[in-house]
Design a protein around this ligand. Structure first.
Ligand code: GLU
Length: 311
């Protein structure tokens, strides 16, 4: 018989995993044809503390494409490339209360609303510096590698699947070009955006990335700096207000920590100076958030007292 793990957190994660494994609500994302093939049974939870301890349960090694969670990290890179003042002139920080792919732009300030919805994310990605598409992609991949601590790659079939069917994102890019909100070659910007969404990660990677943000930009496992410390508060602020699509307000109220979800079924949540949380389960609710992921984070927040204003 295997020894009983004495860690109460490990026991708690195991309990959460078996409690929510049976939840069958929701559906896998279908609008990118390749994603419709996701296995709805997959489920994993991982916590990484800022001093590098790792707890994980379930299918934590399973690779999947990062999708919208990439928006957080691309925003950090754009901030490093141009500084906050300039980036704010190109992409706002106002929650929309609308779906991630809503075709709405702030025509008054001539900006997409925020970097966590598709329009804002495409505009953010168009800011990434580089002498050409290859250098820009390599800079993006290097950035992910610093957060994750290993080599990363793009899933070509998901990338091409989204590239050939992403008409809505293409329409948004054209609209932004029309309004002068984006000025580079939009096909190139879209390609880089689709590529960043198709970067392969596992649940442990998500938790390490979240813990890196929680650790002021230093990967707690490799000790490498992934992003300039001065932008952490800007990144965490938009995650807090805009990270859960049109569930962002309710999340901030109930769960109370910076977060980002993606239609892959992944969620990252950051407890500043304490830990990063990663959850993966591809069954999504109507807003595009992982059903089990939201439930797990809600329980973690309540049981561990993680809400930022819980004092
Ligand atoms: N690549 C997806 C898109 O742009 C990401 C959506 C998401 O994860 O919210 O539609």
């Amino acid at each position: 018989m295997s020894q009983i793990d004495p860690s109460p957190l490990k026991v708690f994660l195991n309990e959460l995993h078996s409690q929510y494994k049976s939840v069958r609500e929701g559906a896998v994302a279908k609008y990118i044809p390749e994603l419709a093939k996701a296995n709805p049974d997959l489920f994993s939870i991982c916590i990484v503390t800022v001093d590098g301890q790792v707890w994980k349960v379930g299918d934590w090694e399973q690779l999947f494409t990062i999708q919208s969670i990439s928006k957080v990290f691309a925003y950090g890179l754009a901030l490093e490339d141009h500084g906050l003042d300039y980036v704010l002139t190109r992409v706002g920080v106002e929650p929309t209360g609308d779906a991630f792919n809503a075709i709405i732009l702030d025509e008054q300030s001539k900006r997409p609303y925020n970097p966590m919805v598709n329009a804002g994310a495409i505009a953010t990605t168009s800011l990434i510096k580089g002498s050409g598409p290859t250098e820009r992609l390599n800079r993006m991949l290097d950035m992910f590698q610093r957060y994750i601590g290993r080599d990363v790659f793009v899933d070509i079939s998901v990338f091409t699947s989204e590239r050939s069917t992403g008409h809505r994102n293409r329409a948004m890019a054209h609209l932004m070009l029309n309004f002068g909100m984006i000025d580079r070659n939009i096909e190139e910007a879209l390609d880089l955006y689709f590529q960043q969404c198709a970067v392969m990660v596992n649940c442990q990677d998500l938790a390490v990335m979240a813990a890196t943000l929680g650790n002021r930009g230093i990967n707690p496992i490799t000790k490498e700096r992934a992003v300039d410390k001065r932008y952490i508060k800007d990144i965490l602020s938009v995650m807090y207000t805009c990270g859960m699509y049109n569930f962002a307000g309710e999340w901030a109220y109930k769960i109370g920590i910076p977060v980002k979800s993606g239609i892959c079924g992944g969620i990252i949540a950051v407890v500043p100076n304490k830990m990063g949380i990663g959850v993966f389960s591809p069954l999504l609710d109507v807003r595009g958030n992982s059903v089990r992921g939201v439930k797990v984070c809600e329980e973690l927040s309540q049981r561990l007292g993680l809400h930022l204003f819980d004092c």
